[in-house]
Design a protein. Sequence first.
Length: 242
Amino acid sequence: MTAPTIVAPVSRHIDVTDVARTVAFYRDVLGFEVRAHPGQSPELTLGPARITLGTIDPKEASVQRSILFFETDDVAATYDILAARGARPTNPQDVNWIKMRMIEVRDPDSNILWFGKGFGGPDRPQLHGMLRKVMPELPFTDVAAAVSYYRDVLGFEVNYSQHDIGVMDRDRMRVLLIARTAQHTGIGSCAFYVTDADALHAELVASGANVQGPPVSHPWGLREFRVLDLEGNRLSFAQTFE
């Protein structure tokens, strides 16, 4: 084998400082094929993976790095191939949370390339699906203020509210805002999978939410950021990679 085997479709565009240097790396080190298009930047392909290139000012490259995830059929073999070709992959690591074995490679612009495969035994058959939907309950001293905050700042709609409960909906997801009592003390937290973490992050920053930093891409396959509501409950928003 002269290149890793990619088993799942990937279609990405990345901006680089030197197209010729990037093409040489993806072709000679990673084993991608190069397809030339008149008047356009080259297209890089490897099995079902497709990458198009654009150019970027070198001063911006360090703050606009991309992360690409490639699913492979054999992480150990992929590691051996990439190491032999000078890609300097990290040692294979099991990421238990998403049940994937991963390695990482950096291209000449330090864009992050993850190669991974799921691990674990065969799925057990489920005879009956009992759970249908989850509704997190978050405690508040002032439920009315919380209802207003979730509506005006976080973009939820009010399904129902009274002095001790608020039923808040957004995109078919529901959160219950409940009164803080002796049985419901402290703070709560919940997590949402989202379609576009960066777009939602920009929306919530613009609306004045207490966003705890920009989206961060993690080796376990999620790009995530967090928000604290007006009483400190934590909301996590995560986007999965391809």
